[in-house]
Design a protein around this ligand. Structure first.
Ligand SMILES: [Zn+2]
Length: 341
């Protein structure tokens, strides 16, 4: 693109045109040479991707290996394919980064999506879960709260992380919604012409000769039919479905402590564990069979339990009293943790 320097602009100010200035890079919109330059740039990417088969650790997408397909591009849309393992996706990413640096073209992340199979989703979730509880990148099963619960909204006791399993179901259901609402796209026209053929999409039998993917999309009508609120076209359809598929649980009494709390993230997590009754107090450690000193570290007399540490302990009561005084609020100290909450 450095060779293209012919474009210049002039600004008309108060009816007078000012000195022309050159554009830093690029062409005018709709310039007839643009498609050719674009084709040259994409040819470079194509050659980079065609080299991938030299790398032993790069594996093709299972459905693309026979034809050695790694990408499809249409106008400015680009589809990249690989097996969903770390080394293959890294290789693909590296190729795209080299192409980006050379051409100046970058992916719009807001319009990009990655599709994984269920196995990979489970693996990603296991990494997220392990990272949350151990801070490392090794998969561990040691967790204090079940992942399904962690993924709930904050108002019902979760941390509002995305539940990839439900998100995946919502994404498939959204595709069915597209199929029944947007008839102007080519792939939708194709499915309508080949499989649906003027039948009612909600009651027709699933065509057994259709591909696995088409059948899965049509089966997702069950999900759409069980939603209790109509979907609004202007908002994200996947998000609306996702929220409706998230279990409706009673709101916690301590939800105001979790939402819009400006304290440190670590303190929020500690408080969250405390509210869930999962803080590693001595009584819980003893139940697990660990030999630890059982007495409270503050008063050295009673057993350290959640209730004792935060409500019953004399030291804790004095602390709550002083804190309330300092914050000029009514003394919030009470005899049990539940009451305090
Ligand atoms: Zn104590």
């Amino acid at each position: 693109m450095a060779c293209v320097k012919a474009v210049n602009y002039t600004i008309v100010l108060n009816g007078e045109s000012l000195e022309p200035f050159n554009a830093a890079k690029g062409l005018r919109q709709e310039d007839p040479i643009s498609p050719f330059l674009f084709a040259i740039a994409m040819e470079y990417l194509s050659r980079l991707l065609n080299e991938l088969h030299h790398y032993k650790r790069f594996k093709y997408h299972p459905r693309c290996s026979k034809l050695h397909i790694t990408y499809l591009s249409y106008v400015d849309d680009l589809l990249l394919f690989a097996r969903g393992d770390t080394s293959s996706t890294q290789r693909l990413q590296e190729c795209f980064t080299i192409f980006s640096r050379a051409s100046g073209l970058q992916a719009n992340l807001n319009k990009s999506a990655i599709y994984y199979g269920v196995k990979v989703i489970k693996l990603i979730e296991a990494y997220c879960r392990s990272y949350m509880w151990s801070g490392g990148n090794e998969i561990t099963k040691r967790t204090l709260i079940a992942w399904d619960k962690v993924c709930l909204p904050k108002t019902v006791g979760g941390l509002n992380l995305s539940n990839l399993h439900i998100w995946n179901i919502a994404a498939i259901a959204k595709t069915f919604w597209d199929l029944s609402h947007k008839k102007d796209k080519l792939w939708i026209k194709w499915i309508h012409t080949v499989y649906i053929k003027e039948q009612c999409i909600n009651s027709m039998s699933i065509p057994m000769n259709a591909s696995w993917m088409v059948r899965k999309i049509l089966e997702a009508r069950e999900i759409i039919n069980q939603l209790h609120r109509p979907l609004k076209d202007k908002k994200s359809i996947i998000k609306q479905i996702y929220l409706q598929l998230t279990p409706m649980l009673p709101k916690t009494t301590w939800r105001s402590l979790m939402c819009s709390n400006a304290t440190r993230p670590k303190a929020i997590i500690t408080m969250w564990l405390q509210c869930q009754g999962r803080l590693l107090t001595v009584d819980r450690l003893k139940k697990w069979g660990l030999s630890v000193n059982g007495s409270c570290v503050l008063c050295h007399t009673n057993l350290e339990t959640r209730n004792h540490l935060f409500a019953e302990c004399d030291y804790a009561k004095r602390l709550w009293g002083r804190l309330s005084q300092w914050a000029k609020v009514q003394n919030i100290s009470s005899s049990t943790w539940e009451q305090q909450l």
